[in-house]
Design a protein around this ligand. Structure first.
Ligand code: ATP
Length: 318
């Protein structure tokens, strides 16, 4: 991929704080128009990476470009292309939602009328029009996050950094935030997201880089990462469970691993590397007069991937 098609390109990006290597040799290639997730537990180096890309911290080594512009040498130009939202809202509690957005718009030089128009556009876009006149102090966590996002979209940034956008939100509000992020991406914004939630990366990101102790330990699409951990499992429910041993024997040529017979219902479980052989497997069962009640294919979860790569589970991280 040429650099012109990349919103972010880093090579060997490194930042050290005293004895702590916060970020060590990170290479990222984030295509324009995509959602890219940095996934990792507390202290993995996600925020430090974002801070360097957003020109808020200076790299000790390596290079980082945003839309082809070096984040150190062209910091001013980079800043005009990006928006950043952090883990904590930057809005003023005592002002209304509309006033907050107008303040941000005035700060970047919009005249009063234009500031108000832009504020109202964003309030509508982010589902906050009905609370435009309400002081932010009375907002729920989800409404605050949405307002914070709206504030970062005032300048219509081409690239938005979302640092743990849903930390601390309840599941329903989290889903609303995901929809808001999807809408922004459909509108043409590239998003670099940091998250500790595997499900969030799975739901939103086109590409995931798993960070651990300052380094990217794996990267790929959610499917690619899942494929690295292990096999799909084909689970067969038989109309006649008595035939499970016959079915298991028929399936044996299709796997390198053991075929299992599970539970009182005697379900036959076949680990397979890829699913290309599935039609043939089903035909083989048919040839043995084995009728199936159900066939399920289960993929490993991103949670299992994370555990395999970092030795930590999401629950450990929490
Ligand atoms: P979190 O989810 O907690 O935000 P993170 O993945 O974003 O974690 P960073 O905040 O980038 O991780 O921190 C990476 C490491 O660098 C941690 O060990 C942290 O303590 C250290 N660190 C980050 N910023 C500083 C700083 N300003 N001074 C000293 N150490 C720092």
């Amino acid at each position: 991929m040429s650099d012109a098609a990349l919103a972010i390109h880093t090579e060997g990006l490194t930042k050290t704080y005293g004895a702590t290597k916060a970020v060590e040799g990170v290479d990222l290639r984030v295509p324009v128009g995509s959602v890219y997730a940095l996934l990792g537990t507390n202290g993995a180096g996600k925020t430090t990476t974002v801070r360097m890309l957003a020109t808020l911290a200076r790299p000790d080594a390596g290079t980082a470009e945003v839309f082809g512009l070096d984040v150190v040498r062209n910091a001013g130009s980079v800043r005009s292309l990006i928006g950043v939202t952090g883990q904590y809202a930057s809005v003023d509690e005592d002002l209304t939602a509309q006033e907050n957005l107008m303040v941000f718009a005035r700060l970047i030089g919009a005249r009063r009328l234009r500031a108000r128009q832009r504020a109202d556009e964003l309030l509508a876009e982010f589902g906050l029009a009905h609370v435009a006149g309400r002081a932010v102090r009375h907002f729920s966590g989800g409404m605050r996050r949405r307002l914070d996002l709206a504030a970062s979209m005032i300048t219509r940034p081409r690239l938005l950094f979302l640092d743990e956008p849903t930390t601390g939100l309840d599941p329903r509000t989290r889903v609303q935030m995901w929809n808001t992020v999807r809408d922004m991406v459909n509108g043409g914004t590239t998003v670099l997201l940091t998250t500790q939630y595997l499900e969030e990366a799975d739901q939103l990101a086109d590409h995931i880089a798993v960070m651990d102790r300052g380094q990217v330990v794996a990267d790929g699409t959610a499917d690619e990462l899942k494929a690295r951990v292990g096999d799909n499992c084909v689970r067969l429910d038989l109309c006649d469970p008595e035939l499970a041993p016959v079915a298991a024997a028929a399936c044996r040529p299709f796997t390198q691993e053991d075929v299992l017979i599970e539970g009182p219902e005697r379900r036959v479980v076949v680990p397979v590397e890829n699913l290309d052989s599935l039609p043939e497997l089903l035909l083989r069962l048919r040839a043995h007069d084995i009728d199936l009640k159900a066939v399920n294919v289960e993929r490993p979860t991103l949670d299992e991937v994370f555990f395999a790569l970092t030795g930590e589970t999401e629950t450990d991280a929490a």
